[in-house]
Design a protein around this ligand. Sequence first.
Ligand code: AMP
Ligand code: ZN
Length: 468
Amino acid sequence: MKIFNTLTRTKEEFVPIHPGKVGIYVCGPTVYDYIHIGNARPMIVFDTLRRYLEYKGYEVNYVSNFTDVDDKIIRRANEEGVDASVISERYIKEVKKDMQDMNVREATTHPKATEEIPDMIEMVKTLIEKGYAYEVNGTVYFRTRRFEEYGKLSKKNLDDLRSGNRSLLVSGEDEKEDALDFVLWKPKKEGEPSWPSPWGDGRPGWHLECSVMSKKYIGDIIDIHAGGEDLIFPHHENEIAQSEAANGKEFARYWMHNGFLKINNEKMSKSLGNFFTVREIAEQYPLQVIRFFMLSAHYRSPLNFSAELVEASKNGLERILTAVKRLDALSDEAKAANLTEPQKEQEQALQVYMDRFEAAMDDDLNTADAISVLFELIKYCNIHMDAQSPKGLLAQAAAAVKQICEILGIETETEQELLDSDIEALINERQEARKNKNFARADEIRNMLADMGILLEDTREGVKWKRA
Ligand code: AMP
Ligand code: ZN
């Protein structure tokens, strides 16, 4: 698979650090309110990446944090007169509900910043010991210029940054050695949550969280680090500086960034006020439609949110779900039979569509092209599969469409239990194929049944089967 790596600005062949395993870290939301559908884009895109890598046989360790200590959370807590943790716990629950409704799977681990403070303090200590950080009046800063590769992800030049940041020097942060230095630990202010540290009571800086949590749950080096493109600078640049300075190792191999979800060609964001929450949208559309809409564009392209485009996705999705239902219904009624020559060609055609789907996904997760292939596959099935098609072929066609939907995180909802009689019919078809020395067909039927959770065992008394 090729991945566009923001670090090199090129598509690179994906090679995991440990064969067969992938560690992915995705920067998660700050939990002070309901998420908007812009925030949903990285969730959906990188959940699809995870599903696809798992389909390809990788064991994926998927880590995505909740930023549960932050100015916005504290502000909201003060407004409501409650503890900051009341706000963050409330919205973590709401985010998880939205994720579930969008069919975004739970991460392997969803660390929370407030539960990882001791490790953050350790990393700050290491950075101070190594000369990469210093403390002034209870604040610890990262000495940006000490990290020579600073700017390598965002391709920013330190001197340009410096002139842009000069205003900071006169805005009360003149205790910094350099305007470019950023905060690792900030001292407690009245009414804010805080934790004891060697530099006094305080709380961690945002960038530090991700460096520490990715290290703890994945390791010093992570395979894929992902997030929205607004995080490239300064967030990800600072994560690299902290982690590489502290660990003395490369931080992340591949950096993936999704483009913005826009509305009227402006980035959807809380601060611009031009957003819809996932919850609001859920009142108008099943969230599957939103998921499908998000995947209809390549993840690096900007995507404009409009009622027409969502409506088009809704219609497209209905076409797919109708086709699955039709194939399932035909397959229920059909008889098992050996494939005729034209039917063998149809079987091969199904494989070609699957190969093309994979080729699109292998090309930097091109879900836009992958969905085009899915539509072609649906069209092919609608034209070529009918009541005369043998059961095995229909089941294979349905399985192909469902497999693609499963990778895209689209529920087909028609996954019926295979009837015992269907299973027996397929087993008989397999026995017949073996008798005719058509072992390829026999294996195919076994694999198809395995995909549907039916395990075969060849015994002396004949074929036994069970549901996995
Ligand atoms: P935040 O809570 O603002 O840190 O955002 C959480 C995630 O959503 C980050 O990965 C952001 O890059 C991403 N994000 C925020 N707004 C948008 C948008 N309009 N389009 C795409 N991604 C976004
Ligand atoms: Zn992060």
